[in-house]
Design a protein around this ligand. Structure first.
Ligand SMILES: [Zn+2]
Length: 262
């Protein structure tokens, strides 16, 4: 087992995959980012065709205001869409795509709580969590066929990878993230929101609300995922709060002060 793990790591290192993500740990994520981004873009288009996009002006303005403030800090071009769906959910896809559901917008009390969600989702994308998950699945379960799938999707080897990973329809990108990825996105998200001038104390408040609201409800796929348990998540965020508050105070004293109203 140890040897197998070591071999897997070596193989991925040879493929130049031992990058360090924004969470500061070594990652095995070796698929070409351009291809993974393309998968994310395609999955996002599919979703927009399947789920009604909200035309609620207030909700869209609120989400755009918060998202733009965070994006200004992290850079890049992002597409943020509000879905007209009562789920308490949000998700992010490679290729800089973010979806927020109306149910979640209804739940939040203020801009800081929505910034928690947006920061968390951007955190997943910038930490390349989808690439890492697909790479790990490829190595552990499917050998290297996914590399063929991505490099040459029409080839026999490529088709094997496409089918094995289910990336033809779902791209394997909308599955729940692991506990490790959730915790990492929480912390990265707290940094992003704080640097953008949103009070990180609201992240803890949001998760308390989520814990309350999720009682008796079916857990949704991404943002409400069962791992980590709400209590563990709130504990880790509370632990990180003093560091996030330092960033927040620095942002505020340099004049960064978003004012987005629900
Ligand atoms: Zn997440």
């Amino acid at each position: 087992m140890f040897i197998k793990k070591g071999l897997v790591f070596l193989v991925s290192c040879l493929l130049a995959a031992c990058a360090t993500g924004p969470g500061g740990r070594n990652q095995v994520a070796f698929l070409p980012d351009a291809e993974v981004n393309q998968m994310g873009e395609q999955a996002f288009e599919d979703l927009k065709n399947k789920t009604a996009v909200s035309r609620d002006g207030r909700a869209n303005d609120f989400v755009k205001c918060v998202a733009n403030a965070v994006i200004q800090k992290v850079g890049g071009r992002w597409e943020v869409v509000v879905f007209d769906d009562p789920s308490l959910n949000a998700f992010a896809l490679p290729g800089n795509k973010i979806g927020v559901y109306m149910g979640l917008i209804d739940l939040v009390d203020n801009q800081g709580q929505l910034a928690t969600v947006i920061g968390h989702e951007i955190g997943h994308v910038l930490a390349r969590h989808s690439n890492e998950r697909l790479s790990q699945e490829a190595l552990v379960k499917q050998g290297m066929s996914v590399v063929g799938a991505v490099a040459a999707p029409q080839s026999a080897l490529g088709q094997l990878g496409v089918n094995a990973l289910g990336i033809g329809a779902q791209y394997g990108l909308l599955l729940p993230y692991s506990r490790k990825h959730e915790t990492e996105a929480d912390i990265i998200g707290m940094d992003f929101m704080s640097e953008a001038g949103f009070d990180p104390k609201e992240s803890v408040n949001l998760w308390r609300k989520m814990a309350q609201a999720s009682r008796g409800r079916q857990q949704s796929p991404e943002f409400m995922s069962t791992h980590p348990a709400h209590a563990t998540r709130i504990e880790k965020m509370t632990e990180y709060l003093p560091k996030a508050l330092q960033k927040y105070n620095r942002a505020i004293s340099s004049g960064v002060q978003p004012n987005c109203t629900k």
